[in-house]
Each structure stands twice: as structure tokens, then as C-alpha cells.
Design a binder for this molecule. Structure first.
Ligand code: DOR
Length: 421
């Protein structure tokens, strides 16, 4: 089975190049100025050909919360967003804290057969922060990392044990950083707007304290750690100075943290409610600087689909989370590339090569011999975001009405077209 992608602009490890790319039996077999082959051919003139995007932080909700999303709907949303590989968080019901649930997710994903789905196991049983989960058994069936995403492991001793065990099994802890006592049931960023809106705030310190703790544990143990969804300017500074000392810390952020400020919460639109919360202009600016200087290693979506009944309630009771996997690439392009802050190659590295490297996943580069995971995108095409059109069950986006550039034309996984526009 051959597939020829002709006349595109390829984003290769060495930079952009106008060239053709030939796929055979699921692998990239040739990249050259001009390839002529009698086989299925996609003429992608004017479009970009990227290594398949990789999102190491999504919520697929299955098992247990299939009303919000399931592995099939989440995979469909992922390939529409240009993603060929996704890693799903364990806050399902039952929690993915054991090999049985992890195996179920892998089996279901392979039945669905769209993108590659890698389960992330919980750090602690039930994500309760008390007892370590079955780390070794989960690793043996294929979990790619550990996280209690949605909350921090508040007990520092347990977190230290977790890092040590995880490291013994060559797994990284992906840390949701939030001091639960200090966050104290807050729902938005603590600041001027939370006061004006009369909504309880979550201070930056709630996030920063835990970022600093994870870095301190990582530094003292010499064990790598990954910081989830950084939202604060001060968190970026803490990570930057740790990296300068040689600490093995990596970090991610999400599109909503480099595009939105908490000015939007005064609309009381519950689609803006997310944890950590969107913050202020200083935070947005520093996160962009972090993306530019490598302090923040990758962009993830934290795709957090919720049903409308979980969102169409008063702000304090609404679920936290943004359905983000279908808009991430366009938001990245529109807010980072079109504005001249990053090049296309830099954006692609943040959404493909770097996340792959953080978790040791295969992929993330277009090169001969690699699996043919490829995303074709038209950055010239613009559209207006409308959550009601998402294929995800989660229609919860704060970006309704935003005009963005970047339409995914094809998503190809192991040489097979899994999505075409
Ligand atoms: O807003 C969020 N939603 N943040 C998280 O960390 C968890 C996520 C969810 O599971 O809905």
C-alpha cells in the first residue's frame, strides 16, 4: 500500500522544504523534490505537511463518564484536530490505577482504530493521594506515564515515593500542581476580576508552591518530573531557574493559557471555567516567553470534554474544563505564528517532537524510516470556531466566535488516512 503526498511544504527536523513524501506499508520511505509513483496521490499544493501531532494530556472519560466523551468520540475529535497520538488521563471511573483499566483502554482504542491512544496511569489508588497504584503492572501493559491529574498528591512523602517507584519503572510523573488547601474551593483566578465578579479566587501561589515542591523533589532525587498545564508567570520563572540549574524538569501549557485572560470570567460563561484558571496579561506574556525560550517544552490541550448539564449551571457548580483538541493547532497558529512569536517549525516541535521526547514515544518527526503519522494542514484557510460543530461530545469551548487560521485537511496514521476534511 503506497500513498504519495505531493507539492506540500514539509516541516522536517532540519526545517521547511517544498517536497513530495512517499509512504509505503505504513512507513515514510522517501522525501524528495519530485517523486512520481503510480499510486494514490494527494495533491496538497499550498498546504503544510507536518509530523502527526501528539497530545500528552487529554481526557477521554471512558470508562465511566461516556456521557462527556468516550474513546471513539475522543479519537474522532483528535484526528480532526490533527493528532495522531494522544495520552489519556486516568481520572475515569474506575480510575485507571491498575492494569485492567489500562488494558481496557488500549483494547477499546485499537477497536476504534483511529489515532494511537496511550493510557496514563494514576499515581495513587483512586487518585486519593494515599497509596501508590499498581505502577509496575500498569507499566507492563503499556501505560506511558503517571499522573493524578485534576489534583496534586498533597502528601510530599507519598509524592517522593511515587517519583522513586515511577523512575524505577522508567515512567515520569506528570504533575497537576495545585495546593488544595490554598486553592480552597476557588473557581477562577484570584485577582481584580474575581473580586468584581464575586467569584472565589485561586491564587497563583496555589500552583507555584506545588511546582516548586515537585522541582525540589526532582532536584534532590535526581529524577525527572513533568509539570502539567502551567498557567502562572511565576510558575514559568520557577521552572526557568530550575532548568538553568540543570534540574530534569519539563513543562507543558495549553492554548487557553497563551490566549485568554480572566477578563472573560466577568461574562460568567461557565465554558471559561478551567483548572488551573486562566489568569492575567502578565501570565499570558510570560507563558509565551516560556514557549519561545524553551522553558515550556510542549503544548497540550488538557482536552476536558463535559456534558452541557455539567456546564449549564451557575459558575460555582460548573465542571472545570475546556474541550480543546479540535482547536489547538489553529489557536497555536493564530496566536503564536501569525503574530510572529514562533515559526511554524517551532510550533510543530511544541506539538509533536517535544511531547514525544518527553514521554519517549516513537514519532514526532517526518523522516525516512519513521511511521507514517502525518498531518496536512491549510494555514491559509480561516474559520470561526463554533463548539456546537465539534465532533467531540464536549461542546464546552470558550472560543466560540473566534476567527482562527488553520484547517486540518488530512490526518494519516501509520500510512492510513484516518481523517479527511
Ligand atoms: O479543568 C480541568 N479539567 N482541569 C483538570 O485538571 C482536570 C480536567 C477534567 O478532568 O475535567
Amino acid at each position: 500500500m503506497k500513498l504519495l503526498i505531493k507539492n506540500g511544504t514539509l516541516v522536517l527536523p532540519e526545517g521547511e522544504r517544498k517536497a513530495d513524501l512517499l509512504i509505503e506499508n505504513g512507513k515514510i520511505v522517501s522525501v524528495a523534490d519530485k517523486i512520481d509513483e503510480k499510486c494514490r496521490t494527494l495533491d496538497v499544493s499550498g498546504k503544510y505537511v507536518l509530523p502527526g501531532l501528539i497530545d500528552i494530556h487529554v481526557h477521554l472519560r471512558e470508562p465511566g463518564f461516556e456521557g462527556k466523551e468516550d474513546i471513539e468520540s475522543g479519537s474522532k475529535a483528535a484526528v480532526k484536530g490533527g493528532f495522531t497520538q494522544i495520552c489519556c488521563m486516568p481520572n475515569t471511573n474506575p480510575v485507571c490505577d491498575n492494569a485492567v483499566v489500562a488494558k481496557y483502554i488500549l483494547a477499546r482504542a485499537s477497536e476504534v482504530g483511529l489515532c494511537k491512544v496511550h493510557p496514563i496511569g494514576a499515581i495513587t489508588k483512586g487518585e486519593k493521594g494515599e497509596t501508590l497504584s499498581d505502577i509496575g503492572k500498569m507499566k507492563s501493559v503499556g501505560v506511558v506515564a503517571l499522573s493524578d491529574d485534576g489534583r496534586s498528591v498533597m502528601n510530599s512523602y507519598i509524592m517522593r515515593l511515587a517519583m522513586e517507584y515511577a523512575n524505577d519503572f522508567d515512567l515520569k510523573c506528570l504533575c497537576h500542581c495545585e495546593d488544595a488547601n490554598l486553592a480552597d474551593g476557588g473557581v477562577v483566578n484570584e485577582g481584580y476580576n474575581s473580586t468584581v465578579a464575586g467569584l472565589k479566587g485561586i491564587p497563583r501561589a496555589a500552583e507555584d508552591i506545588m511546582i516548586a515542591r515537585e522541582i525540589s523533589l526532582s532536584e534532590s532525587l535526581g529524577i525527572p518530573v513533568h509539570i502539567c498545564h502551567v498557567s502562572t508567570w511565576s510558575g514559568v520563572e520557577i521552572i526557568r531557574s530550575a532548568k538553568a540549574r540543570g534540574v530534569k524538569v519539563t513543562a507543558e501549557t495549553c492554548p487557553h493559557y497563551f490566549t485568554l485572560t480572566d477578563d472573560i470570567i466577568t461574562t460568567y460563561d461557565t465554558f471559561t471555567k478551567v483548572n488551573p484558571p486562566v489568569r492575567e496579561q502578565r501570565d499570558v506574556d510570560e507563558i509565551i516567553r516560556g514557549l519561545q525560550d524553551g522553558t515550556i517544552d510542549c503544548i497540550v490541550t488538557d482536552h476536558a470534554p463535559h456534558s452541557l448539564k455539567d456546564k449549564q449551571v451557575e459558575y460555582n457548580s460548573a465542571a472545570f474544563g475546556i474541550s480543546g483538541i479540535e482547536t489547538s493547532l489553529a489557536l497555536g497558529y493564530t496566536y503564536l505564528v501569525k503574530t510572529g512569536k514562533l515559526s511554524i517549525s517551532e510550533l510543530v516541535a511544541l506539538m509533536s517532537g517535544r511531547p514525544a521526547a518527553i514521554l519517549g514515544l516513537e514519532g514526532g518527526e517526518l523522516k525516512v524510516g519513521a511511521s507514517a503519522d502525518v498531518t496536512v494542514v491549510d494555514f491559509d484557510k480561516s474559520y470561526v470556531i463554533d463548539g456546537s460543530e465539534f465532533v467531540s461530545k464536549g461542546k464546552n469551548t470558550p472560543f466560540n466566535g473566534y476567527k482562527v487560521n488553520g484547517v486540518v485537511e488530512y490526518t494519516i496514521v501509520d500510512g492510513e488516512i484516518k481523517y479527511s476534511n
